[in-house]
Design a protein around this ligand. Structure first.
Ligand code: PBG
Length: 326
């Protein structure tokens, strides 16, 4: 008798759709998604962002119909970005009571009370120079910026935001915002910190959409170097210490190792931000007929879950929700 050859038959568990779904380890749900939206000052505007087909800047008077669609798809959270018609050195539109994000928040919470409004807390869309803080001596001044960011977070909470998501990458932003929210009576409003945010070329299309390109220099003195991994752990650790309730890793696709590191080292919910450049690349290829968009998007989003993301901020949320509902 010849000896029986031993090897493992992995294909046994891949033999049919039913078998594959029986052993599937990770899943996408519509509840995983946060849909980012750009609200522009003005009326009757629904502008498609040229580098982000399918993504629009919408004015307040067109917002309700947009949210209706998102709500009907079962998406439970939206992230708001403002595109003001006027900017200044201090970015006052960010924290003004009638700033565009505050007005949009009020409208959404009035019409759709169950929709969770996540307010992006940053100054770059509102400053004339396009930096995420205020400028002194040609530099972004950390501690002066913190004061305005704290005011912004409180204004957003006063307007009814459910979650504050500071993306500015100033040191101490979570501590200062937590304290300001608590002092204003918002101790129950969570902070979804952009804890690990890299200085990335993947943000290009967003800066078209939000008109937030820095007018001089770049963001490398506050956003992280893409070559670094341990630094991400230091950023996440300090944010947790300062009171962050969620940790965002941004961008997502080229940083899935970091998503996994954050997941393994911290117990807070981990959020992957599938950013504008990641969206634009897929859309461009899809519009050329070079890829199967649905299959590719679902594969990408699932890979973020597999890497450890509990939630995904994505411009694909509407498409993915439709595909999941089908
Ligand atoms: C604001 C902010 C940015 C993004 C989210 N919040 C831009 C930036 O830091 O330049 C990028 C999101 C995306 O690319 O989809 N600071």
């Amino acid at each position: 008798m010849p000896e029986k050859l031993e090897f493992k038959r992995h294909r046994r568990l891949r033999s049919s759709d039913s078998m594959r779904s029986l052993i599937r380890e990770n899943f996408l749900r519509t509840d995983d998604f946060i849909y980012p939206i750009f609200i522009i000052e003005g009326t009757a505007i629904k502008n498609e962002v040229s580098s982000m087909p399918g993504v629009f800047q919408v004015s307040l008077d067109r917002l309700k119909e947009e949210v209706e669609e998102i709500h009907a798809l079962g998406i439970k959270a939206m992230m708001l970005f403002g595109v003001p018609s006027e900017k200044d050195e201090q970015g006052t539109g960010a924290f003004h009571e009638s700033g565009i994000v505050q007005l949009a928040t009020k409208l959404i919470k009035k019409e759709f009370p169950k929709m969770l409004v996540v307010a992006d807390t940053c100054l770059c869309e509102y400053t004339s120079h396009g930096h995420c803080g205020v400028i002194y001596n040609q530099d972004v001044d950390n501690d002066e910026s913190l004061k305005l960011l704290a005011k912004t977070a409180v204004a957003q909470a006063e307007a009814g935001a459910d979650i504050i998501a500071p993306s500015n990458m100033m040191d101490g932003f979570v501590a200062v915002i937590r304290q300001a929210l608590d002092d204003a009576g918002f101790e129950n409003i969570p902070i979804m910190s952009y804890a690990v945010k890299y200085a990335s070329a993947f943000y290009g299309p967003f800066r078209d959409a939000a008109d937030s390109t820095p007018q001089f220099g770049d963001r490398k003195t506050y956003q992280m170097d893409s070559a670094n991994r341990k630094e991400a752990m230091r950023e996440a650790a300090s944010d947790i210490e300062e009171g962050a309730d969620f940790l965002i890793v941004k961008p997502a696709l080229s940083y899935l190792d970091i998503v996994r590191d954050v997941k393994n080292n911290f117990n807070a919910p981990v959020v992957a931000y599938n950013v504008s450049g990641e969206y634009a690349m897929v859309k461009a290829a899809a519009l050329n007929g070079w890829i199967d968009e649905q299959a590719l998007v679902m594969e990408m989003l699932t890979s973020m879950k597999r890497a450890g993301a509990d939630l995904i901020i994505t411009y694909f949320a509407k498409d993915a929700a439709k595909w999941l509902n089908d």
